[in-house]
Design a protein around this ligand. Sequence first.
Ligand code: ZN
Length: 285
Amino acid sequence: MDDPRSPAAPGRRAFIKGFGLAAAGAVTLGAGAEAVDAVVGSGNPPSSAMAVPIAGPWRPGSAHVDVVWGVDTAQKLVALTFDDGPMHNWTPMVHDILDAERVKATFFLVGERLVRHARLVHGRMDRHEAGNHTWQHQDLSRLSDERALEQLRRAHNAIGRIVGKEPRLLRPPFGHLGGTTLSAACRFEYDIALWSIKMLEKTYEDDPPALVDYIVGNTGPGTILLAHDTGHHDRLVALRNLVPMIRGLRAKGFEFVTVSELMSASQAPPRPPGDVGLRRAAPPA
Ligand SMILES: [Zn+2]
């Protein structure tokens, strides 16, 4: 396979196909041998790795990666996202709710879990989007270029093989961005999808109606909403109250779309002179 870091490397599509060939063996070797729950920054190098991983000419194919927290749009569109699955009990519960409510969502899948629990998503992803959440939920910002690529490649190939859709988005675990996060995402032609509002399960664990009010009241056009379909028990409060959230948002006129569909609806307005783009968050004092 061509060295992806060579300036003579082929276009990115060919590059990804090359990855696919190498991945089959890697998955076989690695299956079951590594813990899914990697420790943050487990002894790996540069926490400040450069986003240009080679000394020679850097020509990854496309010259940019988009990083989105949400989307500028006047349309009442919202993207519901679930991270860290698939996992027993949790993921089927989410799918049952989304099916019953006829809601689209985006699942940011952990590759190793997907391989282990492939049957949980079989036949259930038709109208949903599948994004890459790395092979082992690793903090990409703390990995070398080579290891970051490996984390994305193995998950990318598992998602393509099991879900039947090639991912277009990366959600970096913990929302951590580093140089290797960006350069690795670029080589897969990914955009990076963060979020604009998340379930505050710990805050509202004992007051589910307040969690529903918080989500429904703070969702606007173009919001990306973060939830999880596995994790600590307290996260169940969000999943158990998905139905009132969905119905509350629909009552306000919102339509549920995938993150890629939301990005397609982006209608960034022209900025007036002096506006640096901090339109939703307060500027720093
Ligand atoms: Zn995660």
